[in-house]
Design a protein around this ligand. Structure first.
Ligand code: NDP
Length: 337
C-alpha cells in the first residue's frame, strides 16, 4: 500500500521534500468496516492550508500524516451491510492506494456512471461549492453581471454556468488565452479576460459596462484589486477562496488597500460573506446533486478534467494546480476500476 505523507511543512510553494512516499501493508478491515482501493484522487487548493499550522476552520495535518483528500474508490472487502464488493464510492481515503473506512461520510456512486471522477468535480465538492456560494450568497437576479476567476477550474466553471442558467451576464477571468477561449466557446461565458494581460484591469472594465453585481471570490490578489472599483451598489461577494495567497509568506507588495475596501463596503453597501461548503451547506447536497446531474446530463453544464497519471505524480500535479498549470478539475488516476 503506497502512501504519500506530509514530510515537513512547506514555506511558500510546496516542494518535493515536503512529501514522503512510503509503502506499508494493505490494512485489514474489522467488523463494520470495509477496505477501499483508490481509483481517483482529487487535488484541491484547500490541501495547501492543511499542510500549514496556521489557524483555520479545520485542524492542520500533523507531520507524518497521510495527505488528506477526496477519492473515488472501489470496495474490495466489506463488513458493512450497505456496501458490497465492487461498489464505487466517493470517500475521503487520502493520498494512498488502500484505506479502511467505517462508511461514515462515504457516498455510493451509481455503478453505471460513465465518469465516476465527476463525483470529485462538477457533481462533488467543488461543483457543490460553486452552486451554493452563487445561489445562496450571490443571490443572482436576471440581467445582473457576475464575475468569477479561476473560470475553467471546477468551482469557477460551475459558477459561470449556473450563472448562465440564472440569466446573468457572466464574465470569467482565467490565466491565458486558451483557457479564456474555452470559457467562452465551451462553457458559455459572455466574456473571459486573461488576468496575465498587461491591461487586464482595463479589459475587465470594458467587459463589465454596467459594473459588477456579484463577484464570486476564488483568488484574491491583483484580480480583486481590479474588481474593487467596478463593484455596484449592493454588490454581493461570496468569499470562497483566495488561492493567489495560499503560498504567500508575506503581505502583498504595494500600499495597504484595506481602507479602500472598507470605504467601498460602506459607500456601496457591499455584502461580503465567507463560507466553508460542508460547514454551512452540508444538508443541501442531495438537492444540489439532483439539479446538477440534470444539467450535466442535458449538456447545459459542461466540465473539463485535468487527469494526472499515478500516485507518485500527485505532489507535482498539486503544486502545478495551485499555479494554474491545470486546465480543468485536477484528479489523479491511481488505478483502473
Ligand atoms: P482550480 O482547479 O481552479 O485551481 C486553482 C486556479 O486558481 C488555478 O488553476 C489558476 O487558474 C487560479 N490561480 C492561481 N493563482 C492565481 C493568481 N495569482 N491569480 C489569479 N488566479 C490564480 O481550483 P478550484 O476550482 O478547485 O478552487 C477554486 C477556489 O475555490 C480556490 O480558492 C479554493 O480554495 C476554493 N474552494 C473553497 C471551498 C469552500 O468551501 N470555501 C471549497 C472548494 C474550493 P488560472 O490559470 O485560470 O488563473
Amino acid at each position: 500500500n503506497r502512501q504519500i505523507k506530509l514530510a515537513s511543512r512547506p514555506t511558500g510553494e510546496p516542494k518535493a521534500e515536503n512529501f514522503d512516499m512510503v509503502t506499508t501493508n494493505i490494512p485489514t478491515p474489522n467488523d463494520h468496516e470495509m477496505l477501499l482501493r483508490t481509483v481517483y484522487l482529487s487535488l484541491d487548493p484547500y490541501m495547501r492550508g492543511r499542510m500549514s499550522s496556521a489557524k483555520s476552520y479545520a485542524d492542520p495535518l500533523e507531520v507524518g500524516d497521510v495527505m488528506l483528500g477526496g477519492t473515488v474508490a472501489q470496495v474490495v472487502e466489506s463488513n458493512i451491510d450497505k456496501f458490497a464488493v465492487g461498489d464505487l464510492v466517493v470517500s475521503n481515503s487520502g493520498w494512498q492506494d488502500y484505506s479502511v473506512s467505517d462508511g461514515e461520510g462515504v457516498l455510493k456512486l451509481d455503478k453505471n456512471m460513465e465518469n465516476p471522477s465527476y463525483g470529485l468535480g462538477v457533481l462533488g465538492m467543488p461543483g457543490f461549492t460553486g452552486y451554493m456560494g452563487l445561489t445562496d450568497i450571490g443571490k443572482p437576479k436576471k440581467g445582473e453581471t457576475l464575475v468569477v476567476a479561476a473560470a475553467t477550474g471546477p468551482v469557477g466553471a460551475t459558477v459561470g454556468q449556473v450563472g448562465n442558467q440564472y440569466g446573468l451576464r457572466t464574465v470569467g477571468i482565467a490565466g491565458g488565452q486558451e483557457k479564456c477561449d474555452f470559457a467562452v466557446n465551451e462553457l458559455g461565458f459572455d466574456a473571459c479576460i486573461d488576468h496575465k494581460a498587461d491591461d487586464f484591469a482595463e479589459q475587465l472594465k470594458a467587459a463589465c459596462p454596467d459594473g459588477i453585481d456579484i463577484y464570486y471570490e476564488n483568488v484574491g490578489g491583483h484580480v480583486f484589486d481590479a474588481v474593487m472599483p467596478l463593484l455596484n451598489a449592493h454588490a454581493r461577494i461570496p468569499v470562497c477562496g483566495l488561492v493567489a495567497q495560499y503560498n504567500a509568506t508575506d503581505l502583498p507588495d504595494g500600499k495597504d488597500r484595506l481602507s479602500v475596501l472598507t470605504g467601498l463596503v460602506l459607500s456601496q453597501r457591499l455584502t461580503i460573506k465567507g463560507f466553508i461548503i460542508f460547514e454551512e451547506y452540508g444538508d443541501h447536497y442531495p438537492e444540489f446533486l439532483k439539479t446538477m446531474s440534470k444539467w450535466v446530463e442535458s449538456g447545459d453544464v459542461k466540465t473539463k478534467e485535468h487527469i494526472a497519471d499515478g500516485l507518485d505524480n500527485a505532489p507535482d500535479a498539486f503544486v502545478r494546480m495551485l499555479n494554474g498549470d491545470n486546465f480543468g478539475k485536477t484528479v489523479v488516476k491511481i488505478a483502473d476500476v
